[in-house]
Design a binder for this molecule. Structure first.
Ligand SMILES: Nc1ncnc2c1ncn2[C@@H]1O[C@H](COP(=O)(O)OP(=O)(O)OP(=O)(O)O)[C@@H](O)[C@H]1O
Length: 718
């Protein structure tokens, strides 16, 4: 068969049975959030857990007690639970401390640890040079002993395999959330706040990373690569908050920014603050979202944060920065412990919009980089490194978290840690390792979603395919069925705008009309962006057209699917985009990727990711959507073309930015997103609406007393 015809065959589409509708992410039924485990370790873990439960179940919740999760909203907490009462905290500290004492001697032997970590596909590695590991062994007692064994002489002769083995660590895993208090002695109020989230089982990344960050060994610098939606936020927030609670106890007079969390987008930063607020309630720790106009940096009295400007939320106003110096001096200064920020926002604040040298943040002991690979990518690298270097405390620990991490990022991390120490001329109070924790296969997509790679030939073909997708009611058995809510990704802002204006009249008035579909991108104001995010989370918007702005980190729990209307610029972007569905182990999410003739050179890396994800999932060869013939037939991309694609996307879609006047909402000519004019579609839509309304009136008259279900999603009728 001719190679082109071969390539243009779409992957096999499995009809989605109606039964699968009942297990959609939006139905809110959270499965076990762990992606990898075996029956053998289930038994081992429950045996261990059983032993502990007998001693007291203050924090661990039983399966039956778990509240059902809402249609992609955040967990609700009873108002009373968040009131900050110091007395209650103290009482709880005493009770839980008694519990804690009874659980002390429950450590596992190395075989058990290995079994559990391996079955959850958790791999912990010491990233330092072998010589360093021998001089300063850390982590578990056993690995310490091993490494002490005259490794000095052995090191130069070790084979690569042996070196790998020497670096491998098997720390104790966290079996349940109760252990946070009983074994790791975290603040009782924090432990309660975690328990109130209603989570029953720690996810793999929590299971592996929390003991490393909370254990007795010296806190490491940590690089974590774990699947999308696997609970990394909780994994870094718990240790950061706990460290600050401890700090407040031991240094009651030292207040200021003790931790900085950096995230690439405002949407993600604000989500981290929301998660953080649930965890800090009643602990005395304060978490703040960085906003324009806030004053931060060393004023000689530690780090200050001008909170007056925080109230200027959402708007683009210049806040305190624009106020005369006299007025600014009178602004009451409140101190925050955790600052969550985008890189540019903090660097601008530290350097008066790049007009001065970057001020320091001398009290910061923890720097968390969420989506670290993108923060250290050339796009943000300079700003992120400036922040890293501004954190001048010798005992700073860094955490780098993402679902994807190239080896170049690991190298950059190692060299930055080294350079920073050299520049400072001051040694940390105790030596500590740089560890790497990987869950599953590095840089792979989650195995619990269905991937569909669909050849659409042309731009028009994609639009037709998408419209087909919007009509689940009319779909035949062989079609893909995707129920809202879902996200649609495009390559550029003009294309997102154009696709939105093309689709918005497709939604019948009786189903909510154009208000059900929205577009979100970085050209919108802060206020517009947060309104759209809020409405999508509330379920008022069903379809959100967006750019890679929302590709990373953003957690809409009940999203049923993701449509890559334009193929992603890299395999990593694919992993993050599709990871917006299938969060916390939810099954039933779908990721549809359309590709055209122009895209064929770029599809192989995506097909490979899908192939690996399907292998991780297991199942029959015939059930896989990526067949071997497709992988063999797709061309490989050169290194340079990959780089070019990562930077600019598919060339043909790089629409020159149109001015507002020129923008007809349809993007550049050759790559227009349009089948009919907006006017034609509006007229058609009005006509459809009138017919449907008249049909409804007749039906309502016939069946009196029955409430019509026009608000629910039944697809878009022709
Ligand atoms: N142990 C748990 N059990 C069930 N749900 C959990 C657990 N831990 C976290 N979650 C939920 O899982 C969802 C995803 O978590 P989070 O946003 O931290 O993922 P992530 O690993 O940071 O993903 P991404 O790589 O996409 O940023 C959240 O809704 C969170 O509340």
């Amino acid at each position: 068969m001719d190679a082109f015809r071969l390539l243009t065959r779409s992957t096999k589409l499995k009809p989605t049975s109606s039964a699968s509708d009942s297990r959609l992410p939006s139905t809110g039924k959270a499965a076990n959030p762990q992606l990898f485990r075996t029956a053998e370790t289930d038994k081992l873990e429950s045996a261990k857990n059983g032993k502990k439960r007998k001693r007291g179940a203050a924090i661990q919740q039983d399966e039956e007690d778990v509240p059902e999760l809402d249609f992609f909203s955040s967990n609700k907490r009873p108002a009373a639970s968040v009131t900050e009462t110091a007395a209650a905290t103290e009482d709880a500290e005493k009770v839980s401390a008694q519990d804690a004492a009874s659980d002390d001697d429950d450590s596992m032997d190395e075989v058990e640890r290995r079994t559990i970590l391996n079955s959850h596909k958790i791999k912990v590695t010491d990233m330092r040079d072998l010589e360093e590991i021998q001089v300063q062994p850390t982590s578990t007692k056993e690995s310490k002993k091993k490494k002490k064994k005259s490794k000095k002489e052995e090191a130069p002769t070790l084979s690569k395999k042996e070196q790998k083995r020497a670096r491998r660590l098997f720390p104790e895993p966290l079996l349940n959330f109760k252990e946070l208090r009983s074994k790791y002695k975290i603040s009782s109020r924090l432990a309660e706040n975690v328990a109130e989230q209603g989570f029953t089982v720690p996810t793999e990344v929590q299971l592996g990373s929390l003991p490393l960050l909370l254990g007795e060994s010296s806190e490491p610098d940590l690089l974590v690569v774990a699947p999308t939606g696997s609970g990394k936020t909780l994994s870094f927030l718990i240790p950061v908050i706990n460290k600050i609670v401890r700090h407040h106890h031991s240094n009651p007079d030292e207040h200021g920014i003790l931790s900085v969390v950096v995230a690439p987008t405002r949407e993600l930063a604000s989500q981290i603050v929301n998660e953080g607020r649930k965890l800090v309630a009643g602990t005395g720790v304060k978490i703040t979202l960085m906003r324009k106009g806030m004053r931060v940096g060393d004023n000689g009295d530690g780090n200050v944060l001008d909170e007056n400007s925080e109230e200027s939320s959402g708007s683009e106003d210049e806040g305190a920065e624009s106020k005369p110096a006299k007025e600014r001096a009178n602004i009451p200064v409140t101190k925050s412990d955790i600052l969550v920020t985008t890189p540019l926002m903090l660097v601008n604040a530290l350097s008066a919009n790049r007009t001065t040298t970057v001020a320091t943040l001398p009290l910061v002991r923890s720097l968390v980089m969420d989506e670290a690979d993108v923060l250290l990518d050339p796009l943000f690298r300079e700003q992120t490194l400036d922040i890293w270097k501004a954190c001048s405390h010798p005992d700073l620990r860094v955490g780098l978290w993402s679902a994807t991490m190239g080896s170049n990022i690991e190298d950059l991390t190692k060299s930055t840690i080294r350079e920073r120490l050299e520049d400072m001329g001051q040694k940390p109070s105790e030596p500590h390792p740089l560890l790497r924790l990987v869950v599953g296969l590095k840089d792979s997509a989650i195995p619990n979603i269905d991937h569909k790679l669909v050849y659409a030939a042309t731009e028009q073909g994609k639009l037709m395919g998408l419209r087909q997708l919007l009509r689940p009611a009319a779909a035949s058995a062989s079609d893909i069925r995707l129920r809202p809510p879902f996200l649609i990704f495009t390559q550029t802002i003009p294309r997102a705008v154009a696709l939105h204006s093309e689709l918005k009249y497709d939604i019948p008035a009786e189903a909510g009309g154009s208000s059900r579909i929205a577009v979100l991108h970085s050209d919108l104001s802060d206020g517009q962006r947060s309104d759209i995010m809020r409405d999508f989370r509330k379920g008022e918007i069903w379809i959100l057209v967006t750019t890679d702005l929302l590709a990373r980190g953003v957690d809409f729990r009940g999203i049923n699917g993701v449509v890559n209307y334009d193929i992603p610029n890299s395999a990593a972007v694919y992993v993050h985009r599709v990871g917006r569905t299938g969060r916390a182990g939810r099954e039933g999410g779908i990721a549809v990727t359309y590709y055209t003739k122009e895209d064929i050179p770029y599809v192989k890396s995506i097909a490979n990711i899908i192939d690996v994800s399907e292998k991780l999932r297991g199942g029959e060869e015939g059930e896989k959507s990526i067949q071997k013939w497709l992988l063999d037939a797709l061309p490989n991309l050169s290194k340079n073309s990959k780089k070019d694609m990562k930077r600019h996307g598919v060339k043909a879609r790089q629409a020159p930015r149109l001015t507002d006047k020129e923008d007809d909402g349809k993007g550049a000519r050759g790559m227009r997103i349009s089948t009919k004019s907006g006017f034609e579609r509006r007229m058609e839509n009005n006509k459809r609406g009138a017919i449907a309304a008249s049909r409804n009136r007749k039906a309502a008259a016939a069946v009196s007393g029955n409430v019509s279900d026009t608000g629910s999603w039944a697809g878009l009728d022709d």
